[in-house]
Design a protein around this ligand. Structure first.
Ligand code: G3P
Length: 231
């Protein structure tokens, strides 16, 4: 399951990309405006941080298919590297996805709430769909079940479209999504950090070090002590 950072904060992206096995960055208009910066230089900065191979997702704003297509072509030509254009699954959005798939511009159908939203998008040629797990739960739906059903439909009909689940409030939802076999998840920086924030890990590491130090001493709390002796 691929892991994407759902953020446009450059310093958080830099740090997470250094420490975690990250496959790219997803953004949307709300995420971009949080940074209070001109959007194009910001996206170029993110591209510089993650490099050209990792995926960068940028969402269109227009509501008419012709305008969505124009925005998609522009952002595709302007930003280097592996770029995916996010398009909401409105009727106009689906029309735009159909045209863009003919032009080999990769798209992700976003704001997906039902399996049929995803089916239409995949059939129109979207490369990815993004079901909004937590927002579905907030509507008293079952976000995880929606992901399961999308996966089942795509597998039954051999759609090559990938499921990139989005909108998470906790790590449990992400674990549940991983059990569906979803191709990827896009996760906020704080939740990615929370993957490793279990208190016992730190305690265990301290205990290992303390036991070692009691026998070998603080200055020798390293396996390199053996190397020093060999030299
Ligand atoms: O990428 C879509 C995602 O950011 C939506 O998440 O947390 O705003 O529901 P959220």
């Amino acid at each position: 399951m691929r892991l994407f950072i759902d953020s446009s904060n450059v310093s958080q992206i830099k740090s997470l990309n250094e420490y975690f096995p990250i496959d790219g960055v997803t953004t949307n208009p709300s995420i971009i405006v949080k940074e209070q910066k001109p959007f194009l230089p910001l996206l170029k900065e993110i591209r510089n941080v993650i490099g050209e191979d990792k995926l960068l997702f940028v969402q269109t704003l227009s509501t008419r298919a012709e305008d969505i297509i124009e925005e998609a072509r522009y952002i595709h030509d302007t930003l280097r590297g592996n770029l995916v254009v996010k398009i909401p699954v409105t009727k106009e959005g689906i029309k735009a996805i159909k045209t863009l798939s003919q032009e080999n511009i990769h798209t992700l159908a976003t704001t997906v709430y039902t399996p049929m939203n995803a089916y239409v998008a995949a059939k129109a040629g979207a490369n990815y769909v993004a079901p909004y797990v937590n927002r579905i739960d907030n509507l008293t739906g079952d976000g995880i079940r929606v992901v399961y059903e999308i996966m089942a439909i795509f597998q039954k009909f051999n759609f090559s479209c990938e499921v990139l689940a989005a909108s998470f409030k906790n790590v449990q939802q992400i674990k549940e999504v991983s059990l569906t076999g979803a191709h990827g998840v896009t996760v906020s920086p704080d939740l990615i950090e929370a993957f490793l924030s279990n208190p016992p890990i730190k305690e265990n590491v301290e205990q290992f070090r303390n036991e070692w130090i009691q026998l070998y001493g603080e200055e020798n709390a390293t396996l390199l002590e053996g190397k020093r002796k060999d030299d």
